[in-house]
Design a binder for this molecule. Structure first.
Ligand code: M6R
Length: 618
């Protein structure tokens, strides 16, 4: 949940304070309750930390800069233990200020460790679990005189999830770090090296990186990177090249990252499809390293995810069952993990996650694998924990998603899950080659259709502005429109702080219709009328029912669908799209609506209250 940065450079390069603050700016989406830095200078450590967003710390440092330094660490916090105050902000000091530590994760045995330290007469300055690690590291260094060895000893004594970064006053030019169950990547620079929760921390300096393994310690200086396990035995990380650059992590002229990422959706879908079909139209998923005989034998698919990723999974279920004729369940990862689910070696578990670091999903992946299931990760972050711990990974290529509200990742997740479903249908012979090729053609046409919706979005912007005082909004959909309705409601809750609920339209008469009173805004996602199937007529009936009770109906319907016009206060037209692919366009107006409404209310669209981009605690 927190963002961490480490830097070891030389006097020929930039100042540590600048590098660390730049990294924190790019990582602030991970948490913004407080921020702090610790720098090494002239045989001592200097620190600055402030509750609130990074801007408060920057303002403070502008007035009172820290002394020159080329080695430092920085932290942006999402509070778990202890309120978001100056005292609880990281870094935390140990050994009378000789050691500074920052931490992402939760140290589960901190209470017993703290009790031991208190007995030894150690004083505590904060309510955090992290401070325990700072005092332990100071003690271990005093005993060993070896900072990496001291970090190994501390890491072995901790339980839970942690990435720890530390600098010591007596070990110049060195940052040491340890990771277990929390992310950490190393950036390989020219005359400098970096550490970060993710590559955004150092993307302005280098695109060459090392993915750290589980239970490893890394020590960086300006000219070296050395990795060991927790026992000090040399270990390797996995080198990778980051395929996006610093510009991708900037707003690029948009008022918010969310607005930018909504506009990047045609590209996100196109990039996720790219390179996955051979010239004969056959789907090729080279990265799916699971034996074909195993994939042929699976008798159940379980999609596990949280939040928006789970709604992507719910959309995908309709297509996967339809194309592959394999039963497919979708479950919130935190519920799956604790209900003794029936999974075995014939179950394919699909773990969907933008960040790859959502702890609930990680725990569910581990549980599924313990039961013998094969796990495929659908993930947007290369080298993150979920793909690393899965049997195979199918990456979405949406590029970095910075806004806390997920948008382009949602479309890319649906796209990748569809590729997986079609691949299974191809492999198992549920679909003929020409059928697969036809659906692929339809998918490849989607970026253009999404762009068309974005080009005509002015009406939604205006609507959001005049609805800024609305207290409650309902969303209705059927079939694939149902998870889209829930996603529309989630967007509005999380960034505009408006009560919103998404319902299955058929459920309306079983209770929710009691909420309808004159003027109640209700968005309705209408299926394509082209087949004149029962799905379309049922939703039109639902619109009539709420219209008759005075609801303000905002209908998302396919161009030319005249049936909805008499009952709609507003119609948002979308281009003709096959039913299963429609979520890729119908969700777009809902995302824009939430973004514009939050903006109209003067809220921080990218950093909504109480939230963080990756939820790395259970
Ligand atoms: O990184 P993940 O996709 O695993 O994150 C899952 C959810 O935490 C995430 O989708 C969350 O619901 C978003 N803030 C929704 O916009």
């Amino acid at each position: 949940m927190c963002g961490i940065v480490g830097y070891a450079g030389t006097a020929a390069g930039p100042q540590a304070q600048d590098v660390v603050l730049e990294g924190l700016r790019r990582l602030e989406y991970r948490g913004y309750d407080s921020a702090g830095v610790a720098l090494q200078t002239d045989g001592r450590l200097v620190t600055a930390k402030k509750a609130g967003k990074l801007a408060r710390l920057v303002e403070f440092l502008d007035e009172d800069p820290l002394p020159p330094s080329v080695t430092g660490i920085g932290h942006t916090r999402w509070a778990t233990h202890g309120a978001p105050t100056d005292a609880n902000a990281h870094p935390h000091l140990g050994g009378d200020g000789t050691v500074a530590v920052i931490h992402n994760g939760i140290i589960e045995n901190f209470a017993s460790l703290k009790a031991g330290l208190l007995t030894d007469g150690v004083g505590f300055a904060s309510q955090t679990d992290t401070e325990v690690a700072a005092h332990l590291l100071a003690k271990a260094y005093a005993e060993t005189g070896d900072l990496p060895a001291a970090m190994c000893a501390v890491a072995r004594s901790l339980e839970g999830a942690f990435t720890l970064l530390a600098v010591h006053a007596d070990v110049p030019g060195t940052v040491v770090a340890a990771r277990r169950n929390s992310p950490l990547v190393v950036g390989l620079g020219d005359g400098a090296n970096y550490l970060g929760s993710d590559v955004a921390a150092f993307i302005g300096h280098t695109r060459e990186a090392i993915e750290m393994g589980q239970d490893q310690v890394v020590t960086i200086t300006a000219s070296s990177v050395s990795i060991t396990d927790f026992d000090g035995v040399p270990a390797d990380g996995v080198h990778f090249h980051v395929d996006w650059d610093a510009a991708a992590a900037e707003k690029g002229g948009f008022p918010s990252f969310m607005a930018k990422e909504i506009n990047e959706q045609p590209q996100a879908v196109a990039d996720t499809l790219r390179g996955r079909v051979d010239p004969s139209g056959r789907l090729v998923l080279d990265e799916l390293h699971i034996d074909e005989t195993v994939l042929r034998s699976i008798d159940k698919i379980v999609i596990i995810a949280c939040g928006t990723a789970s709604y992507a999974g719910q959309v995908a279920r309709y297509a996967i069952e339809h194309w592959c004729r394999i039963p497919c369940e979708v479950e919130l990862a935190h519920e799956f993990r604790y209900r003794d689910p029936v999974v075995n070696e014939k179950t394919l578990v699909v773990a969907v996650s933008q960040s790859g670091e959502t702890m609930d999903t990680i725990m569910a992946v581990r549980h599924a694998r313990e039961q013998g299931a094969r796990v495929v990760a659908v993930c947007n972050t290369y080298g993150s924990t979920i793909p690393r711990e899965s049997d195979a990974a199918l990456y979405t290529h949406a590029g970095p998603e910075i806004a806390v509200a997920s948008t382009k990742a949602f479309l890319a997740q649906i796209t990748a899950c569809y590729l997986l479903g079609l691949y299974l249908a191809q492999l198992r012979g549920n679909k003929f080659a020409d059928e697969i090729s036809e659906i692929m053609g339809q998918l490849q046409a989607m970026p253009e259709k999404i762009q068309k919706v974005l080009d005509g979005i002015g009406q939604v912007r205006a609507m959001a502005r005049w609805m800024a005082d609305t207290r409650s909004v309902l969303f209705l959909g059927r079939h694939v429109g149902y998870p889209v309705a829930m996603e529309g409601a989630l967007k509005l809750k999380e960034i505009a702080y408006i009560h919103a609920e998404g319902f299955a339209a058929g459920e309306l008469k079983h209770g929710p219709i009691a909420l309808i009173e004159p003027g109640q805004p209700v968005f309705v996602i209408v299926p394509s009328p082209r087949n004149r199937d029962v799905l379309h007529s049922k939703v039109v009936s639902n619109i009539q029912e709420i219209n008759a009770r005075g609801a303000r109906t905002i209908v998302i319907a396919e161009e030319g669908d005249e049936d909805v016009v008499p009952y709609a206060d507003d119609v948002i037209w979308i281009p003709p799209t096959p039913t299963l692919l429609a979520p890729l366009v119908t969700v777009v107006p809902l995302q824009v609506f939430a973004c514009e409404l939050a903006t109209a209310k003067g809220l921080d669209v990218d950093q909504p209250r109480n939230l963080a981009k990756s939820v790395t605690v259970e």
